[in-house]
Every structure is written in C-alpha cells, then in structure tokens.
Design a protein around this ligand. Structure first.
Ligand code: ADP
Length: 629
C-alpha cells in the first residue's frame, strides 16, 4: 500500500493504466488526485468531459481506502458504478428504489471495506443509518460531484445540497473535494464558503472544448432545421433540447415521422417511462432524444455527436453544461443553437412568473435577468463562439481563429438586401399605426386577407403585400432580428406590440444600413473532424460498434461503458492482431482486455480476412484510406 504523500506519479499512472487503459493524465488530474491523497480540501473546476471522475476514483484505490462520493442523481450514480465495475474497480451505490437484497449486499460490501467508492445522494449522506454504516470505516475523503448545486447563484441550485455544509462537523478530520463543470467566480466562492473548505487547493481547468463546433443559426422552423442538422449525423447519438415538455413530444414525433430513431424525455413523464427512454438511448436503441433540461445530468454516453438547442437556453452555464454532453470522448461533435429573440421574451416571462411563485428576493431575480442577457449577447454577436464562452468564464482564449465555430469557419452569411427589407418592414409598422404585434404586421406584408386586416382597413395600405412571396417564417425571423438589434421595439406585456424608435427612423431615412442573418448556414468540414477519421476504416468501426452494442445488451449495461468511440476508432485504425497490440490502444485496460479482448480481436481478424487487410497496421501505408460518408 502506498502512503499518501510519497505516492509517485508512476503509481498514479499505473493505476490509471490498469483500470482504464489510459497512458497519460489530462491537465489538472494529477494535482487533483494529489490533493485527495494528501487529504487537502480542493475545488476542482473542469469542463464536462474533462475527466473529473478519475480525480476521485484514483486516490481511493491507490490509498486503499473507502471514499464517499455525493452525487445528485440516481441515474448518474448507477452509470458510474456500472462503468467502474466493467473496469474491475470495486464501487457501490445506495439509492432509493433498490431492492432489499441489493441494499443488504451493498451495505455488507461497504462495512467490510470492499468498496473503494460509495456513491450516495446528498439527502441520504447525513442520515443516522448511513452514518452508522460508515462509522467504522474512518472515512477520510468526500467527493462532492456537481458541487455548483449548493449555490443559488448558480443555475442548478438544489436545496438538499445545503445539508452538505455539515460534513465538516461530522467528519472534522476528513478532506472535502468539490467538483463542478460550471462555476463563475461568484459560484466558486460560494461553494468554498458553503462547504467550509479550509485553505482549499483551487484547480480551474480550461473551459474551452476544442472538439465542439458551435453554430448559432436564426430560427425559422425549429423542427425542419433540427432535422437538417441531424441528417449530418446519421446513426449517431444526438440530443435536441427544447424549452417545454410539449415541444419535446412534437419534436420527437416529427423526427420519427422522418424515420429517425427518436424519443423524448421530460420531467412530466412517469419515472418508468423516463427510465426507458434513458436506457434505450444508453443502449443505442435510440439515436436522438428530444428533451428538456431535465435530461442530461444522468447522461454519460460519451459518443454524443450532436447537441441541438431548439431554443436559447436561459443561461450560458446551462448552455455549457448541455453542450458539454457532446463529444465527451474527445472526438468532434456539433452544437447548433437555433435562436430567435422570441426566446428572450419567453424566458423573461418565465423568470417573472417564477419570481412571483417562489417569492424570490430581488437580487436573485436580477441575477437571473443578467444571466439571460449574457446568453442573448452570446447568440446575437458575430464573434468567435469559443472565445466568447471562454471569456464568459473569465478565461482568455489564445487562438485568433478557432476553426470550430460558424463565425471562424466563415459560414455566417448576411441576407442580401437586408436594409431594403428592413425599410419595408419598418414602413409597414409606421403606416399601420405602431399598435400591432408581429403576426399582424407579417400578415399585412404578405398581403393576407384576414378578418383583422379588413377590420383595420389594412388591405388599403401601400405596404399590403409589399413582401408577398417571402416565406412567412423567414419574415417573422427578420422582424425578431430587428428587435434584437435595437432597430425596432417590442413591448413586453401580455399583448406585445411593435413600435419604432430613433434607430428605426434612421433606417427609414436611409441613414443606417442593416445586417440580417441568413437562417441557413453552409456547413463546412473542420480539420479536426477530418483528423479524427484519418486512417480509420469506417466499415471496421461500424462492425466494432455493432459488436459493442450486442455485448452491452447481453450484459444489460450501456454500450459506452464497454469501450468509447475513441477507442473503437483507434482499433479500426490500428487493427490490433494480438492481445499485446490491443493493450496498446487507449482505453483498453487489463480488466477489459481479459474480459472483452478476445471478442474484439476475433471481430477485427474476421473483418481483415473478409476485406483482404493485414492486421496490425504498422505504418500509414498499411492503413486503409478513410472512406466516410
Ligand atoms: P467529467 O466528469 O469531467 O465530465 P469524465 O470523468 O466522465 O468527465 O471523463 C470523460 C471521459 O474522459 C471518460 O470517458 C473518461 O474515461 C475519459 N478520461 C478521463 N481521464 C482520461 C485520461 N487521462 N485519458 C483518456 N481519457 C480519459
């Protein structure tokens, strides 16, 4: 057994290699692991997919002790425990809804010190029963996952996390290690204060996720646009985030009608139904889930290749966390946000409503409004998205061109004749008398003959039918873009009406030109994507994926806990022909080699013979050419 302090880097690496098959540590992992081994409080902020779990998994095993992990969601705990068991790592979880037998078995494993990690929900941790259970273990480290839930300045406050403030009282000798993916300075300070961390090591990773390609597209028709994006990811995992429960259902129905394997997920469903969707997604029986924010914390599938926001999320923290579900395996993933100024109005009214319902303090309402305004600016600015996100989290972004966002890829296109279109719209509003909403103005411009148009005599206006032939949704989006750019005002009461301001009048007088964005982007390929497929035999990759799916279903575990996509791509690149060369693949540890190695070697070997390939592609010349759609 290693004594904590003098544990060498080599020992840490040996553990990582043995259980997970990784040959190096990611940034900050070693410091975080050391803090835990040295039993010094720590706050670790790393982006989703940054590898936080390893930071608390390694020390417990290296020091041969039992550590407690507090986690907010059952599904999250179950996935982690499943994943760890596949690696041969002893871990257990206690949560409500377990069978009595399973509870006894786990409790027995815990008291006899056979679990290196015990996952538990915050509300269970300080119950007399649990305290008694761990009494004799002399627990010396607690890991708090999703620690931002303790702060009401964050975006996901959970009252039950507040109880964690008492850990220090019950276990004064133990160290506490807080982990989160999203925390601004204010939230970080709050986490430290609430948990009573003493002189903590603060490790703040880079927020940027270079493998994510961000696109923000004006929303014209969310369903059609989502479908278009998803068509770029056939057979791949994707999540479409919607604001309302109803939207998730209609989105899923639309995608199904277009022959995608899609489901939906929201908090209003029966627990059982929710679990089925989640399991089907984990087992790769579903490719796409249309979901509200309720979906996510429990999703550990690392090969999500696309996250679409059908509407703007309320905060950048939410956006970072939800897009964070994409590309956790480090391979490229696409994140598309469909934006309309209508989203701002919708969120504002939701904030107001919830303020009344929960009688929130004025500073909390003001904080929500300011978070919303930051998100709006992210969506409406035409600056590098990676840079904007990094800067929001207080970090400088070093690259001039990220090569991974719509702006830097030069995909954002202005609408031709934007100024003329704006003048037509604004003059129609002026002539109609500045007393009407978006829908009516659109009707007049399109030359519609509605009862309302006739009632106001608007068929007589010179602007009636001025934009006939324009697509209704595109026109509506133009109006919202004008509102967003401050070139037009929209009241935010129950029946919002449009009226002009000084800027609108400048546009009308030809003193100001207007830029409107196209709703379509001509998507370009990134270098990152090309590189990650370099020399990968995509036929072999697909056949390994289907083997993984089959094995996962035989074992009743999610497919990604067996091997990640990154590992399968490496296999399809190198075509290992022996156990030794398989062990050299990133993500193949000893336990998985023993357990799954032969099945994968057989599959590779039979693919090679069927396709006239030699195993063990040694040099680039031996490797197949990439032939991907
Ligand atoms: P987080 O909790 O920070 O969102 P995870 O701990 O789930 O991220 O890690 C994301 C993925 O990266 C997992 O598949 C994990 O096994 C993998 N990973 C973690 N550390 C390393 C490493 N040092 N080398 C390679 N992969 C790693």
């Amino acid at each position: 057994m290693n004594s904590a302090k003098d544990c060498a880097t080599a020992d840490i690496l040996a553990t990582v290699r043995r259980y997970w098959g990784y040959s190096e540590l990611r940034p900050l992992q070693e410091q975080a692991i050391r803090a835990s081994l040295e039993r010094r409080d720590s706050l670790v902020v790393m982006p989703t997919g940054g590898g936080k779990s390893l930071c608390y998994q390694v020390p417990a095993e290296l020091a041969q002790r039992t550590d407690i992990v507090v986690s907010p969601l059952i599904s999250l705990m179950k996935d982690q425990v499943d994943g760890l068991r596949q690696c041969g790592y002893p871990a257990g979880a206690l949560y409500s809804g377990m069978s009595l037998d399973a509870v006894h078995e786990t409790e027995e494993a815990i008291v006899t010190g056979r679990c290196r990690l015990v996952f538990v929900a915050p509300e269970r941790l300080l119950t007399p029963r649990f305290l008694q259970l761990i009494e004799r273990l002399n627990v010396c480290a607690f890991a708090i996952d999703e620690a931002h839930c303790i702060s009401h300045w964050g975006h996901d406050f959970r009252p039950e996390y507040r109880q964690l403030a008492e850990i220090k009282t019950h276990f004064p000798q133990a160290s506490i290690h807080a982990y989160t993916a999203t925390a601004t300075e204010r939230v970080r300070t709050d986490i430290i204060a609430q948990l009573g961390l003493r002189n903590p090591v603060a490790l703040v990773g880079t927020f940027d996720r270079p493998n994510l390609v961000y696109r923000v597209v004006p929303r014209v028709d969310a369903r059609a646009q989502a479908l278009e994006v998803l068509k770029r990811h056939p057979g791949e995992a994707a999540i479409v985030y919607c604001i309302s429960r109803k939207d998730t259902e209609s989105m899923a129905a639309f995608l199904q009608a277009n022959r995608l394997r899609a489901g939906y997920y929201h908090a209003g469903m029966e627990a059982d139904q929710r679990r089925r969707t989640q399991e089907a997604f984990a087992a790769e029986a579903l490719d796409v889930v249309a979901a509200t924010v309720a979906f996510g914390m429990g999703i550990d599938r690392s090969d999500v290749r696309c996250v679409i926001h059908a509407a703007m999320p309320k905060t950048i923290e939410h956006y970072q966390q939800e897009t964070g579900r994409a590309g956790r395996d480090g391979l490229e993933a696409e994140c598309v946000l469909l934006y309309s100024a209508a989203d701002i109005l919708r969120w504002q009214s939701l904030i107001e409503r919830s303020a009344v319902e929960t009688a929130s303090a004025p500073e909390i309402i003001a904080a929500s409004r300011s978070l919303l305004e930051h998100t709006r600016r992210l969506c409406t600015s035409v600056h590098c998205r990676h840079r904007k996100l990094s800067e929001y989290f207080g970090q400088e972004y070093p690259k001039l061109n990220c090569e991974a966002c719509d702006v830097c890829l030069n995909e954002v296109e202005g609408l031709a004749d934007a100024t003329v279109n704006a003048q037509k719209i604004l003059s129609c509003i002026a002539r109609a008398g500045e007393n009407f909403g978006v829908e009516h103005i659109v009707d007049v411009l399109l030359g519609a003959n509605t009862e309302r148009v006739r009632r106001w005599g608007h068929e007589q206006l010179s602007t009636h039918g001025l934009m006939k032939g324009t697509d209704r949704k595109s026109l509506t989006n133009m109006l919202y873009q004008l509102v967003d750019d401050g070139l037009l005002e929209r009241t935010d009461d129950e029946r919002p009406i449009l009226h002009l301001n000084d800027a609108s009048r400048e546009v009308l007088r030809g003193k100001r030109s207007v830029r409107l964005l196209q709703a379509k982007t001509r998507v370009k390929k990134t270098r990152f994507d090309e590189k990650s497929w370099e020399n990968v035999d995509s036929g072999l990759f697909e056949s390994l994926r289907s083997l993984r799916r089959q094995l996962a279903s035989e074992r009743g575990v999610p497919a990604y806990v067996l091997f990640s996509d990154a590992t399968l791509r490496d296999m399809a690149r190198m075509r290992p022909g022996s156990s030794d060369s398989l062990l050299n693949i990133r993500g193949v540890g000893e336990s998985k080699l023993a357990d799954l190695g032969q099945r994968f070697l057989d599959q590779i070997s039979s693919y090679c013979s069927a396709n006239g390939l030699k195993p063990d592609a040694a040099s680039a010349a031996d490797r197949p050419r990439t032939h991907r759609k």
